[in-house]
Design a protein around this ligand. Structure first.
Ligand SMILES: Cc1ncc(COP(=O)(O)O)c(C=O)c1O
Length: 356
């Protein structure tokens, strides 16, 4: 039986050509190709600055470093998402303060955030889970720096603006599960020139120039190579095509499974510009439905467990909404190159499912 994988990356000829060009230029390290990718990425988002790095996690870490997060500072993060967001803060010695999501959406609850704000709160990181816009206007009212985790929300829009461009800084993943996949990679975007200058220093050991070498800031090596950036340029050139395809996938599922009582899509607002990178669904009978899919040659993917399950984060309290989302949700086959026939096949398989 042919298996339908949960994810299908889109890789084209452009990427190969771009890599060969970077190769021929003999520029493997951070160079002109990376600069070009940053320029095009920033233009796509509509911001002046984008800084490329090795992963979405590195992007979040750099963003936190750029606003001066120190050991003991508190960073508010949603309990539902991916542990990378919390690890980026924890690795800097910050205290990760988890908050629940809303009851009717898997996104951070601004009221729950407000209750956790203290004098030590130095940043809030809303996670725009799978392209859904958090209540960013509500969060901005707290006047605390916002680093948007748009790692899985690239080019997803809210009120006509890209997610990741509302706060001080926005972070993106260019990992395998992304609309721009370079294997491992990430991007930090900002409109603030001072933060941009700090990010550039942080990426390169706090050194501005090798000619007049000075160690200007506690930093790290967060650089990517031009070979990776070359893949990114190829990926970026086919972005519209990929967006169109993932929109088609979402709409095919939406129509196909709307009458099934045992499963529902966790909505993404495509009509208002959000993009659904993944197809997230919810079922009270999650395990049975996932087992049924596997028995029928379909590979679903489980939802991430809530972050409060990480013992080293030491977060007490209860997170009922995040817990129920995590317990009941999983991901159906999707991805920018997933053939539509596969999606139609999954829909037909689900329609034959006898679980109630
Ligand atoms: C919400 C969220 N934040 C951060 C990351 C980290 O990105 P990366 O895997 O590129 O480090 C991911 C990756 O899946 C993610 O889903």
């Amino acid at each position: 039986m042919k298996k339908i994988p949960w994810w299908f990356t889109s890789i084209g000829e452009q990427e190969k050509e771009q890599v060969i060009e970077a190769f021929d230029n003999r520029r493997f390290s951070l160079g002109k190709v990376t600069e070009e990718l940053e320029k095009q990425f920033a233009a796509m988002l509509g911001v002046p600055y984008a800084v490329a790095t090795t992963s979405g996690t590195a992007a979040l870490t750099m963003a936190l470093m750029s606003i001066g997060i120190e050991p003991g500072d508190e960073v508010i993060i949603p309990d539902l998402g991916w542990i990378a967001t919390a690890n980026a803060a924890a690795i800097l010695g910050a205290k990760v303060v988890l908050v629940d999501c809303l009851p009717d959406s898997p996104l951070i609850d601004p009221k729950a955030v407000e209750k956790k704000i203290t004098k030590k709160t130095k940043a809030i990181i809303p996670v725009h889970l799978n392209g859904r816009a958090c209540q960013i206007e509500e969060l901005k009212k707290f006047n605390i720096p916002i680093i948007e985790d748009a790692c899985k929300a690239m080019v997803s829009k809210h009120k006509g603006k890209c997610l990741g461009t509302f706060g001080q800084l926005g972070c993106y993943s260019l990992g395998m599960v992304s609309l721009i996949s370079i294997g491992y990679g990430g991007m930090v975007a900002t409109s603030d020139q001072k933060l941009y200058e700090k990010l550039i220093l942080i990426r390169n050991q706090g050194v501005e120039s090798y000619e007049n070498e000075q160690y200007l800031a506690k930093s790290f090596n967060f650089k990517i190579s031009d070979i990776s950036a070359a893949i990114g340029l190829g990926q970026l050139s086919r972005l519209d095509q990929k967006i169109e395809h993932i929109n088609k996938i979402y709409r095919t599922y939406k129509v196909g499974i709307k009458d099934l009582s045992f499963i529902e899509m966790i909505p993404v607002d495509l009509d208002n510009g959000e993009k659904s990178l993944l197809i997230e669904v919810r079922s009270k009978n999650k395990k049975k439905v996932m087992d049924y899919l596997v028995d029928n040659g379909v590979e679903p993917l489980n939802f991430h467990i809530p972050l409060h399950k990480a013992p080293y984060l030491n977060n007490e309290g209860v997170f009922p909404n995040a817990t129920s989302y995590a317990d009941e949700s999983f991901i159906l086959p999707c991805g920018p190159s997933q053939p539509l026939e596969n999606i139609e096949a999954v829909v037909e398989i689900l329609k034959k499912c006898q679980i109630n």
